[in-house]
Design a protein. Structure first.
Length: 607
């Protein structure tokens, strides 16, 4: 049977996972009456809730006499570590572009990686059924993007196909015909993408995706570049420098057949398979026959730009909601995560039982925290900090991101003003159709922490922001943080509605009546710029006089709802986010007010 390996790459929300659904359905991977979830490739709960792909997944379909291995890749730059490695597994790529939005920063990021390693993409203009679709203009924008990314003449001569993955059709023209389903896309892939190139010599395979299976142990997915492998065959693992990591035997070989993985007796060169049986085989390592000495070339990974400190939850409520609370279980979980996620770096923090976790962005780290809290962990998390570097002359360099904001014209002024406050430098401003503008900035990562929520408030939810790591550049100077102080509880107990009502003029609350609070916990935002200790436990003085006015029901203003991302962006350096399976609380690092004063004095003395 002939073989083709392709990746589907696109900006987030341009329809990759829906397209894979349709390809699986129309190739006969599902029975007619089989019930299949929508977006079948998004397998974990967080992917389903957020509607994004976090982990790359492989699948395969048979079209006529050809098996097509398809890899669905994440669209967010935070998960770019996945994308870079996946492209080394495939021989072609479908670049999916929204017919209304056109190429976006993430398209640029992934296409740049694909062109660099020599892939010749197929451009697929999706969502042509949208009322504001502008297929021909988008084609010109894609061509300009390819040219700006130094594509070769061969790569610039890309085939184009149009259609709607949601409606389940593709065609050579935006107008159809719509009755051929996905057949034109399948035929184009078979015709345009070349067969896998097989190298000479013994068995060699590059690890690209890692997962832990409760029955089979570590499973590594990758492409076989040379030779073949059978179960029980002795093999060895080489790292990127050629050092032997371990020797062992292959216990099981799994191949992708539709959405199932089935054991096979032999994996041939060119195929994408998953292999179990080795304990230390990791991403970017080479699995090979015993006589092979040279490892396969692996893509270097972009550096992490953001770090947070993960520590033990040491608040008075520790251990009341989660069952994984000790430093040792947190350490084991973080190092296990770092093994499979190469874009993540975990180090022990000096002089404490905390761990510094560095990653590509807020979303990637927030997804890790959310996953851990669902597993029963309790954590104390610090404010995100950017990872600085030193230049050749010893100067401080910080990560700069390219930020593209699509916004209605009426709101563009406030966006430009806020980005200027955050040291953003505008490099482009152009209309993007329908009374909207596309603004492009180069801004320091520091200034963008927490800006997403503020942007949506300023633009009444109409702006779309996309970010992409651009370069390390000279330090841009101080950026003003939060202007308001916080309201801090001065005692432990349950919040009382009457006390909260009496304190409403001090600022909006972040808690509700009946919630457990403790000394040093942040319960609201102060209207002024200093912190204020308050008592939210004080009940009403009972008297023997009963009048209607005196016992009137207390009506409270709804509290500020703190999501995980919002809380991480809100806190200052002397504060922490307490994360448990049931709650997200904000607190001061030092719960005792005297300790806080001492720490403040020590900080001033150093400054």
């Amino acid at each position: 049977m002939k073989l083709r390996n392709i990746a589907i790459i696109a900006h987030v929300d341009h329809g990759k996972t829906t397209l894979v659904d349709r390809l699986l359905q129309q190739s006969g991977a599902f029975r007619e009456n089989q019930r299949v979830a929508e977006r079948v490739m998004d397998s974990n709960d967080l992917e389903k809730e957020r509607g994004i792909t976090i982990l790359a997944k492989a699948t395969s379909v048979v079209w006529k006499d050809t098996r097509v291995n398809i890899v669905d890749t994440p669209g967010h730059a935070d998960f770019g570590g996945e994308v870079e490695r996946i492209l080394s597994m495939v021989d072609g790529a479908i670049v999916l572009v929204d017919a209304a939005e056109g190429p976006m920063p993430q398209t640029k990021f992934v296409v740049g990686k694909a062109l660099k390693i020599g892939l010749k993409p197929i451009v697929c203009i999706n969502k042509v059924d949208k009322p504001d679709a502008r297929a021909n203009e988008v084609i010109n924008e894609v061509f300009d993007l390819f040219a700006a990314l130094d594509a070769t003449d061969d790569q610039l001569d890309f085939p184009i196909i149009y259609g709607s993955a949601k409606q389940g059709w593709m065609a050579d023209s935006p107008d159809g015909p719509q009755d051929q389903g996905m057949a034109p896309l399948f035929d184009l892939v078979v015709k345009h993408v070349h067969e896998p190139v097989v190298e000479e010599g013994g068995f060699r395979m590059l690890g690209t995706l890692l997962e832990a299976n409760p029955y089979l142990g570590r499973i590594i997915t990758g492409r076989v570049f040379a030779g073949s492998v059978k179960p029980n065959q002795p093999v060895k693992v080489l790292d990127r420098k050629g050092n032997v990591v371990e020797q062992g035997r292959v216990s099981k070989i799994l191949a992708f057949r539709g959405i199932e993985r089935q054991p096979i007796d032999e994996a041939e060169a060119g195929d994408i398979v998953a292999i179990a049986g080795l304990e230390k085989f990791n991403v970017a390592d080479t699995l090979c026959a015993l006589e092979v000495a040279e490892p396969l070339q692996a893509q270097p990974i972009d550096p992490p730009t953001l770090s947070m400190t993960f520590g033990v939850n040491d608040s008075p409520l520790a251990g009341t909601e989660g069952d994984k609370v000790t430093s040792r279980v947190i350490r084991d979980r973080l190092f296990k995560e770092a093994e499979g996620n190469v874009a993540l770096r975990v180090e022990s923090a000096p002089n404490s039982d905390s761990y510094v976790v560095s990653g590509r962005g807020e979303l990637q780290l927030a997804i890790l925290i959310e996953t851990m809290r669902r597993e029963g962990f309790e954590l104390s998390i610090s404010r995100p900090k950017v990872v600085f570097q030193r230049g050749e002359a010893g100067e401080m360099l910080e990560p700069i991101e390219e930020v593209v904001i699509d916004v209605d014209e009426e709101h563009s002024g406030v966006v430009v003003q806020k980005m200027a406050e955050r040291k953003g430098e505008m490099v482009e401003m152009r209309p993007s159709g329908g009374n909207r503008l596309r603004l492009v900035f180069y801004a320091p990562t520091r200034g963008l922490i927490g800006y997403q929520g503020e942007l949506l408030t300023d633009t009444r939810g109409t702006a779309i922001m996309n970010r992409l790591f651009h370069e390390y550049a000279q330090y841009k100077g101080d950026i003003q943080g939060r202007r308001n102080g916080v309201l801090i509880s001065n005692d432990q107990g349950e919040a009382v509605a009457y006390a909260m009502w009496k304190l409403e003029d001090r600022g909006p609350m972040m808690i509700e009546p009946g919630w457990k609070v403790y000394r040093g916990m942040i319960v609201g935002e102060h209207t002024r710029d200093n912190d204020l200790e308050i008592n939210v436990l004080k009940g009403k003085q009972l008297t023997n006089i009963r009048t209607q006015s005196k016992d009137e029901a207390v009506r409270l203003t709804p509290p500020i709802r703190m999501t995980l991302e919002k809380a991480l962006a809100y806190i200052e350096d002397d504060e922490r986010v307490e994360v448990t399976p049931k709650s997200i609380r904000l607190r001061k690092v030092h719960l005792d007010p005297n300790d806080r004063k001492r720490a403040e004095r020590a900080k001033e003395a150093v400054a």
